[in-house]
Structures are given as structure tokens and as C-alpha cells.
Design a protein around this ligand. Structure first.
Ligand code: XMP
Length: 523
């Protein structure tokens, strides 16, 4: 399989480049920047890309590249720090420019260039640097410059070495994709033939090679990431995988049944449905503090999980649905992706005495939309692949105050109405725009049950019942969010259906608070 190796000189840079390459349908993965050339050669790359990075090439601990990488006979392309380290390693000079360049800049082509082929002589690129190349190595020509950066790009076509000071992988570089295509298809002669099916095959091979005949355990939450890992491992190792689904009774209406259906009927794994609803109900009785609820729920999850792990016996590996943004968020993985991290909200796994597992994180190279595409290719249904974000502590943090069976029942039923109506609303927008998360579609939407009652009238009778709060937000990453500007008829239908269909509710209100200052959840 044709493969591009990205040597990563600083977390966050390499994966974005690898992703852009995969978008062009060439397989790409990253290796640490200091990987020895023979190790890189053993991976049989068709091309090598050197990423950017935050260091200065002259810093004491500046990441280096094995100079033999440039003699492998494999085309190399460097971006930003990648250009500087290429220049320095091959005998050029890197210096401080008087002023740094951060943000958009205009480059002017100064000589013919294979890399810039088919792009305008003057164009906008994205810069982010203070150091830059002052003298190119022997055999290189300067192909473009800016007012402050004499070597905005350089190349040595004879040795197939190319580099840019700017970042073609960033969308703000107008012709970045064209440059990457020039490199992959024009210069390296690769074919845009890689697909999800190839990816599944190679991930399956990797998992089989790592696991052998050992047993793997996976905590299934019903969420996208753990489900995709479950589906993938099922394809790779079938019944050597034990999926533990801890049912805390705090999932949404019908969700436990849906998860069980998929992982018992569609995928051939050892599925353990832990009915822990009553244990959770007891532990949560009378608890009103949100953080206390989270703590109880998280701790009990691991109790339940390890109980199954111990009963199962002989488990060597723990699988995790860690995806690439989790690693960025937790900031824990060093360049090159060698160290392992545990998903941030799981990062304090209280392993019982004497218990340890090796980790398997097959999705840790991928972005969320790639993970969804993988899930679809593995045959997971849309309701799992396109599931909206749902917090680990579940409905417990959407019931203000203590959690009781009566309140849970009300919230599940009201939430089912909100989801049904807003799923339909999103589906209409998807049909109109062709985009899943278009400008006005709701990203997360649910019901919240506050701890109050209010007066109402139904028929001729005075009622004194609970209100339900509808929360619907537009967002891309939950860091910030805006309340969804839902049409009145959609809100009206949600309101009338909840009051008519959910006993114990006589009023519906809509939360129109952005984040900040509000959070998405109420607890
Ligand atoms: P907030 O409420 O902080 O939520 O604006 C941001 C995103 O995180 C989700 N969330 C959680 N997810 N455990 C989780 O796994 C939690 O304790 C938790 N609290 C909030 C929330 O649903 C939203 O998507």
C-alpha cells in the first residue's frame, strides 16, 4: 500500500498533515521526528513529510531528524520547522528574521517550481514563524519569497526535496491542497486510491498482530468512539473481545436495548450487559451535588467493569476509544504518538491491586469525522455513528437535585420527544443543505428536569407539576455554543407533545443562553 510518513516535530502539527493527505486518498500516518532512517525505511514510505513544530532549530533540545532520511531516495517535503530542519541538516543556514510572520502573508514566486505548479505567482499563505532559512543548502533553489521571508519555499528537484516556510496543510493557505496534490501525485507519482476499506484492512491487521490469541476487554458506553472500536475489534478478533456494557440506568430511553441489539445481533463479540441500575439508584439516592454525582457514577463504573474483567479472566488488553482530539485536549502525548494516554474523562482508572492491562487504542490517529466514516464502513447504524454527544454521567446531571425513579421516568420520556422532533428537524436541514452540522442544525439537544413545580391548568383542573427545560445548542466542539434559533412551530410542537404525552409535566421552557456564560449541561 502506498503510504506517506509524516515525521512529527510537535504535537498538533503532524496529525493535521496526515489527515490532509488521507483526504486526498493516500494513506498517511505519523512517526516521531527522531525515528532512525532505517526504521522509517522499514515502513516503506512512498513519501515523507516533515511537519512544523514550536521549537527553534538552534534550541538545545531542538528536535532533530536523522540526516540519512534525505538519502533514502524517497521524496521529502518539509513545512515550517520542517523546512528549517531540512535546510540546517543539509548545510544551509537558519536565522532570526527581524520580524516574525504570523497569519496570512503573500508569497511571490521567484523561480519555476514543481510544488507551486498551477498556482498563481502571487498568493495568500499562512505563516507562523520567527526563524527562517537565510541560506539554502547547495543544490536548492528559492522558489518563493515574502517581504520579510526571503525563503518562503525552496526545492532541489534533482533529489526530490521540497519545503515551504508556510503551512500548506492549513485551510488559510489558499492553494495548500493544490501544493499537496502536486507533491503527492505530480512529484511522487502516487495514486489517489486509498479508501476506508483499505483502512479497515490495515487496522484489522495491526490489531491481530498486536493481540495474537489474547483476550481484549472494552467498556462500551453506546457512544460513537467506543462503538467504532467495538465494531473494528469484532472484525479483527471476534469473540476474543469482551464488550462490557455497564447499564447505570441513566441512559436515554431505549438506548441500552439499541446497544445490545447492535452488539449481539450484528457483531460477533462476547457481550456482557451489566444490569447495575439498582446499585446506581441506591448510591445516588439523596445525592444533590453535581460533582458528587459524577464521582459516584465514575467510580462505580470501574467497580462494575473490573468485576467483569476478573470474572472473564485472562484479559491481556484494555481497548479504549481514544481519538486524536482527546490526545490534543489532554496534552499528554509527546511528539510522535509513542506514549499512551487514557481518554481524559477516564484518566484516573483505579486499577485494583495487581491488575494491569496493555492498552489498545486503534482510533488514536483519527479525527471524529474519520471515526464516523469508519463506523459507517464497518456497518454501524446511523443512530450510533451520528449520535449526539452525551455525558458519561448521563441523565443524572440533567436532573437537578436528587435522582429518583419518578424523575428519571419523566426525563426519559420528555427527552425522547425532544430528540424525536429535533432529529427530524436536523434531518430536514440535512436534506436541504447536504451537511450534517449545517449553520442552524442542532448539535446537542435534550431535556432537563429542574427541581421545582409550578401551577398550571389542564382540563378544568388546577395542576401543580414539574416543568421541563428544553436545551438545544449549535456548536462544533462544545467549547463554545449558541442556543439554537429553532422555528416557533418546532418549539410549539415539542411543548405540546411533552405536556400531552409525559405525565407529571405541565410546562415547557426553552433555554436561550449561549456558552459562555451558560454551560451546555445544567449541572
Ligand atoms: P458543558 O456543560 O461543560 O459541556 O458546557 C460540554 C460538553 O461536555 C459534555 N459533558 C460531559 N461529558 N462527562 C462527559 O463525558 C461529564 O461529566 C460531562 N459534563 C459535560 C456535555 O454534554 C457537552 O457536550
Amino acid at each position: 500500500m502506498q503510504k506517506v510518513i509524516v515525521l512529527d516535530f510537535g504535537a498538533q502539527y503532524g496529525q493535521l498533515i496526515a489527515r490532509r493527505v488521507r483526504d486526498l486518498r493516500v494513506y498517511s500516518e505519523i512517526m516521531p521526528c527522531d525515528a532512525p532512517a532505517d526504521e522509517i525505511a522499514a515502513a516503506e514510505p512512498s513519501a515523507i513529510i516533515l511537519s512544523g513544530g514550536p521549537a527553534s532549530v538552534y534550541a538545545d533540545d531542538a528536535p532533530q531528524v536523522d540526516s540519512a532520511v534525505f538519502d533514502l531516495g524517497v521524496p521529502v517535503l518539509g513545512f515550517c520547522y520542517g523546512q528549517q530542519i531540512m535546510a540546517k541538516t543539509l548545510g544551509g543556514v537558519v536565522g532570526h528574521t527581524e520580524v516574525g510572520e504570523y497569519g496570512p502573508a503573500t508569497i511571490t514566486r521567484v523561480s519555476p517550481s514543481h510544488l507551486l505548479d498551477g498556482t498563481p505567482d502571487e498568493q495568500t499563505v499562512w505563516m507562523s514563524h520567527r526563524d527562517s532559512v537565510a541560506k539554502v543548502p547547495d543544490g536548492f533553489t528559492i522558489t518563493s519569497s515574502t517581504g520579510v521571508c526571503p525563503v518562503a519555499s525552496m526545492e532541489c528537484a534533482e533529489r526530490n526535496l521540497y519545503a515551504t516556510q508556510f503551512h500548506p496543510e492549513v485551510r488559510h493557505t489558499t492553494y495548500g491542497t493544490q501544493m499537496l496534490s502536486n507533491f503527492l501525485f505530480g512529484i511522487c507519482g502516487l495514486e489517489p486510491s486509498w479508501s476506508m476499506d483499505n483502512l479497515i484492512d490495515s487496522l484489522v491487521d495491526e490489531v491481530r498482530a498486536k493481540v495474537g490469541s489474547d483476550r481484549v476487554i472494552l467498556g462500551l458506553s453506546g457512544g460513537v468512539d467506543s462503538s467504532v472500536v467495538g465494531a473494528l475489534l469484532s472484525r479483527a478478533i471476534g469473540k476474543q473481545l469482551t464488550c462490557v456494557f455497564v447499564n447505570h440506568g441513566l441512559l436515554r430511553k431505549n438506548e441500552p436495548e439499541e446497544v445490545e441489539e447492535v452488539f449481539t445481533k450484528q457483531f460477533d463479540v462476547d457481550f456482557v450487559h451489566v444490569h447495575a441500575e439498582e446499585r446506581y439508584a441506591k448510591l445516588l439516592a439523596g445525592v444533590t451535588d453535581p460533582e458528587q454525582k459524577r464521582k459516584i457514577i465514575g467510580t462505580q463504573f470501574w467497580e462494575e467493569f473490573f468485576a467483569v474483567a476478573q470474572q472473564t479472566g485472562g484479559v491481556k488488553f484494555l481497548a479504549q476509544g481514544t481519538i486524536y482530539p482527546d490526545i490534543i485536549e489532554s496534552g499528554a502525548r509527546k511528539t510522535g504518538g509513542k506514549a499512551s494516554t487514557i481518554k481524559s474523562h477516564h484518566n484516573l482508572i483505579p486499577f485494583p491491586e495487581g491488575v494491569s492491562f496493555d492498552l489498545i487504542e486503534p482510533l488514536d490517529h483519527f479525527f471524529k469525522d474519520e471515526v464516523r466514516a469508519l463506523g459507517t464502513a464497518l456497518g454501524l447504524p446511523d443512530h450510533i455513528v451520528w449520535r449526539q454527544p452525551f455525558p458519561g454521567p448521563g441523565l443524572a446531571i440533567r436532573i437537578i437535585g436528587d435522582v429518583t425513579p419518578e424523575k428519571l421516568e419523566i426525563l426519559k420520556n420528555a427527552d425522547a420527544v425532544v430528540r424525536e422532533e429535533l432529529d427530524a428537524y436536523n434531518a430536514r436541514l440535512f436534506e436541504e443543505t447536504g451537511e450534517r452540522n449545517s449553520e442552524h442544525s442542532c448539535w446537542q439537544y435534550f431535556a432537563v428536569l429542574p427541581d421545582i413545580k409550578s401551577v398550571g391548568v389542564m382540563g378544568d383542573e388546577r395542576t401543580y407539576q414539574r416543568p421541563v427545560i428544553v436545551r438545544a445548542v449549535e456548536s462544533t466542539d462544545a467549547m463554545t455554543a449558541d442556543w439554537a434559533k429553532l422555528p416557533y412551530d418546532v418549539l410549539g410542537k415539542i411543548s405540546s407533545r411533552i405536556v400531552a404525552e409525559v405525565p407529571g409535566v405541565n410546562r415547557v421552557v426553552y433555554d436561550c443562553t449561549p456558552k459562555p456564560p451558560g454551560t451546555v449541561e445544567w449541572e
